[in-house]
Design a binder for this molecule. Structure first.
Ligand SMILES: [Zn+2]
Length: 373
C-alpha cells in the first residue's frame, strides 16, 4: 500500500505493478490478459509498467502504442537479465509488485532472486508450467484472486496542533490528549481523503494509518471562507431562553413551559413533551424554540446557542465540527464528548459540561449546546 498527498488530497493506493510479459508465441490470450491487467490498474489508479521478454518479431503485430513504445524489452529471449540490469534500477525499492506472466520458465530467474526480492514489494508468478492449459477465464480469475485482491479497510488520521474542520461523511472523531483523531471504515481499493485543516503550525502534519502501514503526511491548511451563518433569536425566544436558564440555575426542575402553557418536568433541556405540535422526528417531544425546531432535520445532531453582541444566536448542525467564529470551533466527538476549540498561538480544547440532560455548557465562550439526537 502507498499513502501520499497530491493536490492536498491524501491518497491511498496499491503499489504499482510491473508486468513482465513473455511470449514466444504471441496470442490473443496474451493480449486479453494484458488488457485486463491494464484496465484494472487504470481503474484503481495503480502505476503500471511493462517489460517484454522475447518479443522481437512479434512486436509489430501488437496494436497498443504503449506496448510498442515500451523500451523495456529483453532482446535476449526468455532472459530477465537485461531488465534487471537496465530497467529495475530505475524503480524505487518496493514501489512496485512484479508480475511474471510466462508460458515457460524464464531461464535466468533463479540468478536474480535476491535483486527481485529487494526491489519489489511482492512477486507474482503466473504458473509458468501450466499457463497454456488454462482458459482465459481461469487466468483472469487467478489474476483477480492474487494480484488484484486487496482492500483498504480502516483508516485513521491523527494530528497535533491542527484540527480538521471539513471532511467527508463517515469519519468518527475523537479528541485525546490534545490530538485530533479521525477514523473511517472503508472497503475500497482506492481511497481519496479530502480535508480542510487549520492550526497553529504552517501546515497539518497528519499521521495516516492503515492496517499495514503508518506514514506522516503534510496537508496545507485551508483558509476558511466559511460563513458561520448563525441566526438570532427573536425577543420572545430570547426571554424564553433566559427564563429557562435562570430556572435551571435555581435548580427548578418543574417548570412553567411557555410552549404548552403548563408545568412539566424538563427531563430534557429545552424540550417540551406536551406540546400539541409534536416533532416529526421523535413524535414525543418538541424543541421549545420554534426556530430551532423548524431548522431541525432528521440528521441534525445538535444546536449551538451562544451570546454575541447582546443577542442570542443559534445554529442547527449535523457536521461533527463546526466553525464558530475566528479561530473558534465546536467539535462533537463520537463518544459523546463535546469540545470548544480555540486556535491562536496554540490549540486549546475545553470539554463542555453536561449541565442538564442533553444540554451542555462551556463557560469558555459562554456557549450552550443542545444535543438533538
Ligand atoms: Zn411544554
Amino acid at each position: 500500500m502507498k499513502i501520499y498527498v497530491e493536490d492536498n488530497i491524501i491518497k491511498i493506493r496499491k503499489e504499482g505493478l510491473f508486468l513482465c510479459l513473455d511470449s514466444r508465441s504471441y496470442s490473443k490470450l496474451w493480449e486479453d490478459l494484458y488488457d485486463v491487467i491494464k484496465t484494472q490498474c487504470g481503474k484503481f489508479d495503480i502505476p503500471f509498467k511493462i517489460g517484454l521478454l522475447n518479443w522481437d518479431e512479434e512486436l509489430q503485430r501488437i496494436p497498443d502504442e504503449l506496448f510498442i513504445l515500451s523500451n523495456y524489452i529483453s532482446e535476449r529471449g526468455r532472459f530477465i537479465t537485461p531488465l534487471v540490469e537496465r530497467v529495475f534500477p530505475e524503480l524505487d525499492n518496493k514501489d512496485y509488485d512484479l508480475l511474471l506472466l510466462s508460458s515457460e520458465k524464464i531461464y535466468d530467474i533463479e540468478d536474480w532472486q535476491d535483486e527481485i526480492q529487494s526491489k519489489f514489494n511482492k512477486l507474482f508468478l503466473m504458473n509458468p508450467e501450466d499457463l497454456d492449459k488454462k482458459t482465459r477465464v481461469q487466468l483472469e480469475e487467478q489474476l483477480f484472486k492474487t494480484v488484484f485482491d486487496f482492500r483498504i479497510d480502516k483508516v485513521a488520521l491523527s494530528m497535533e496542533d491542527s484540527i480538521c474542520y471539513d471532511f467527508s461523511d463517515g469519519f468518527e472523531i475523537k479528541l485525546k490528549e490534545g490530538k485530533f483523531i479521525m477514523t473511517k471504515d472503508y472497503d475500497d481499493q482506492l481511497v481519496d481523503i479530502h480535508l480542510k485543516t487549520c492550526g497553529v503550525t504552517e501546515d497539518a502534519v497528519i499521521t495516516v494509518s492503515t492496517a499495514s502501514l503508518t506514514v506522516h503526511v503534510n496537508i496545507n491548511h485551508t483558509k476558511f471562507s466559511v460563513n458561520p451563518n448563525f441566526s438570532k433569536f427573536d425577543d420572545e425566544q430570547t426571554i424564553l431562553f433566559h427564563n429557562t436558564i435562570d430556572n435551571y440555575k435555581k435548580g427548578e426542575i418543574k417548570h412553567y413551559c411557555h410552549r404548552c402553557k403548563q408545568n412539566h418536568d424538563f427531563a430534557k433541556a429545552f424540550v417540551c413533551n406536551k406540546h400539541n405540535k409534536l416533532s416529526p422526528f421523535t413524535a414525543s417531544e418538541y424543541i421549545m424554540f420554534d426556530n430551532i425546531e423548524t431548522e431541525r432535520k432528521a440528521d441534525s445532531r445538535y444546536a449551538i446557542i451562544y451570546y454575541k453582541d447582546n443577542g442570542i444566536y443559534y445554529k442547527v448542525i449535523k457536521e461533527p465540527v463546526c466553525y464558530l467564529k475566528d479561530g473558534e470551533f465546536i467539535a462533537v466527538a463520537d463518544q459523546g464528548n463535546i469540545y470548544y476549540i480555540r486556535i491562536f498561538d496554540k490549540i486549546k480544547m475545553v470539554e463542555f459540561q453536561e449541565i442538564y440532560d442533553k444540554l451542555y455548557y462551556s463557560s469558555d465562550g459562554d456557549i450552550y449546546i443542545l444535543v438533538l439526537r
